[in-house]
Design a protein around this ligand. Structure first.
Ligand SMILES: Cc1cc2nc3c(=O)[nH]c(=O)nc-3n(C[C@H](O)[C@H](O)[C@H](O)COP(=O)(O)OP(=O)(O)OC[C@H]3O[C@@H](n4cnc5c(N)ncnc54)[C@H](O)[C@@H]3O)c2cc1C
Length: 285
């Protein structure tokens, strides 16, 4: 439980952090440390240098700009949970934040650290996919934007390249969209055994115009439940149509099995929690 030796540098600006990363391609960014420090202690990672970005004030913000919500990568889960702006324009975000860990984790952990870590049981990846978010990555060579659908590549693997820092998350403002995030937390860690983010655009006649559903906890990485979305689009939402659509929650997905939840149990949970998320969102429409 003692990490291998490493150097530590606290960056005051994003430029300083990028320079440090450019000089040492094996360096790791330190944000809230709630995933990185345990990984170091277990010696799953042994970086020679940690570049601490947690004091860069310009990286922690929640803003509304034109038709987008902009969130700085170093914004903590608690800052999102307690944002009145987000409660008003995208309640899924505070609802998801409130499900993460405990008070200590939410006070230190950041949204950028969570998505950059791509934990298979992390809550934010499902929300980001369902909200069609875009991730803004910056390096010494410039800036690029990566869609959430392309960002989560595999277990603990994202599309970020060495030398890149996730700077901002951009979310299209979900005007008139009914949302819900539901989760079965692991009783010991609080991480998602299954977590489902649902966004529904309803037509006046109780028909679903567009559904966007992200699921975490079930597979090596969070994913879009495309078959559920297809089944919901154009459907009148009833208990039967919601149940039928939700039965596709784990279609074409390699399902995780572990000591707590077997593959069969997780498939069942994916179906149940998808049904709950859609039902909760439709009640809010
Ligand atoms: C007891 C406990 C319970 C938890 N429960 C939950 C839970 O229920 N749900 C949940 O989703 N999470 C949970 N977490 C994880 C928590 O949300 C972490 O905060 C999060 O996973 C990582 O964010 P961080 O800011 O701590 O990142 P760090 O641990 O500092 O970094 C994580 C990884 O991301 C990289 N990184 C960080 N920021 C950036 C950036 N801006 N650009 C590029 N790379 C970056 C780091 O180099 C590192 O590889 C829990 C953690 C603990 C300790």
């Amino acid at each position: 439980m003692i990490p291998a030796q490493f150097d530590y540098a606290r960056a005051k600006t994003l430029d300083e952090a990028l320079n440090l990363l450019a000089q040492n391609e094996d360096a790791k960014i330190l944000a809230g440390g709630h995933s990185l420090i345990p990984a170091l202690k277990l010696r799953l990672m042994q970086p020679p240098l940690l570049v601490d970005i947690s004091r860069i004030k310009d990286l922690a913000y929640v803003r509304e700009e034109d038709q987008q919500i902009l969130i700085g990568a170093a914004t903590t889960h608690y800052q999102i949970e307690s944002s009145e702006l987000l409660q008003r324009i995208c309640p899924l975000l505070p609802e998801c934040a409130a499900h993460i860990g405990d008070v200590q984790v939410r006070n230190k952990g950041t949204i950028g650290g969570s998505v950059a870590h791509s934990d298979p049981a992390g809550d934010w990846p499902a929300a980001m996919i369902s909200l069609n978010a875009a991730m803004v990555a910056v390096s010494k060579h410039g800036e690029r934007t990566i869609k959430a659908d392309d960002f989560f590549v595999d277990l603990l693997t994202t599309a970020l390249e060495p030398g890149e820092i996730l700077r901002e998350l951009r979310i299209p403002k979900p005007n008139g969209v009914a949302q819900a995030y539901v989760k079965m937390p692991h009783p010991a860690s609080g991480f998602a055994v299954v977590g489902v983010a649902a966004n529904l655009s309803m037509n006046g006649d109780a028909k679903c115009g567009n559904a966007s559903i992200g699921i975490t906890g079930v597979s090596a990485k969070a994913y879009r439940a495309s078959a559920v979305e297809t089944a919901l689009n154009g459907a009148t939402l009833t208990d039967e149509s919601i149940s039928s659509a939700s039965s596709h929650a784990a279609d074409e997905v390699d399902i995780n099995g572990d000591l707590f939840a077997s593959e069969t149990y997780r498939r069942h949970l994916a179906t149940v929690y998808t049904r709950r998320a859609i039902a909760a969102a439709s009640e809010r429409a």
